[in-house]
Design a protein. Structure first.
Length: 257
């Protein structure tokens, strides 16, 4: 396994095997430059009234109100009302888990660039321009690497688990990745529509593994990670087992395609 680290910590981790993509191909793809008017920021929301307003305000400020925001919501608190007050499109859904909500969120927009994030204020919306610029450079997926800067705000047990998830995925794919479960990524819409997504708790890992193993151009990009606002809804043991199982299942599924 090998990788090449750019001067700012960016790591191109794959691409080209299935789609015949090359540097020249990326240049052709990037002839059309996207702006924030082409961007949808999407998230699943579940009882995040404490943080959702801050996240949506940050998106509005950074994109000058031009990005679409989609929230797939299963809350029993004021989260959907706050989201609508900030101009977000809210799709209400019965609670079915993280992956079910995010899967609906990523397929809902009709804009050509989709960014996933969480609604707990852990992800840096001020880095949205960097993600959009990398899409404009021709990458199909830009994956935020929380661990590059240390992720000190992350609980130590979770941090260790995320390093182990990345190690397992790297070994099974034969390609080095550094953060398989980040919630902040940018995608070309056609990538999201071309793949059938199957996982729930482990969807965040699936959203990296399948594009990478199908030859799409993927780049990991360092991001800052903040302490979450509000309480985590994921049990670290039960959730960790589900994520690890998803990584193994998805990697084997892709190898057998």
């Amino acid at each position: 396994m090998s990788d090449t680290v750019g001067t700012d910590g960016d790591i191109p981790v794959g691409g080209g095997a299935e789609r015949g993509a090359t540097a020249e191909g990326r240049s052709e793809q990037s002839s059309e430059r996207y702006t924030f008017e082409d961007l949808s920021v999407v998230m699943g929301t579940y009882n995040e009234a404490e943080a959702i307003g801050t996240v949506l305000s940050d998106i509005e400020t950074v994109t000058d109100g031009k990005a679409e925001v989609v929230c797939v919501d299963s809350s029993s608190d004021r989260t959907p009302e706050i989201a609508r007050e900030h101009g977000a499109r809210v799709i209400e859904q019965e609670p079915q888990g993280y992956g079910v909500a995010v899967r609906e969120a990523i397929l809902a927009p009709d804009r050509p660039v989709v960014v996933t994030t969480d609604c707990d204020d852990t992800y840096p919306m001020e880095q949205l321009p960097e993600f959009l610029e990398l899409i404009n450079e021709g990458y199909d997926v830009v994956s935020g690497d929380r661990l590059y800067h240390g992720a000190e705000a992350m609980p130590a047990f979770n941090r260790l688990g995320n390093h182990l998830f990345a190690l397992v995925a790297s070994v099974m794919m034969g390609t080095r990745v550094h953060d398989t479960t980040t919630g902040m990524r940018a995608y070309r819409q056609e990538v999201l529509e071309s793949i059938e997504w199957t996982e729930n708790t482990g969807l965040s890992a699936e959203l990296l593994i399948r594009p990478l193993m199908r030859g799409y151009e993927v780049r990991e990009h360092p991001i800052d990670y903040r302490e979450r606002a509000g309480e985590s809804k994921l049990d670290p043991i039960e959730g960790g087992y589900a994520i690890a199982k998803s990584i193994v299942t998805v990697c084997l599924d892709e190898r057998l395609r």
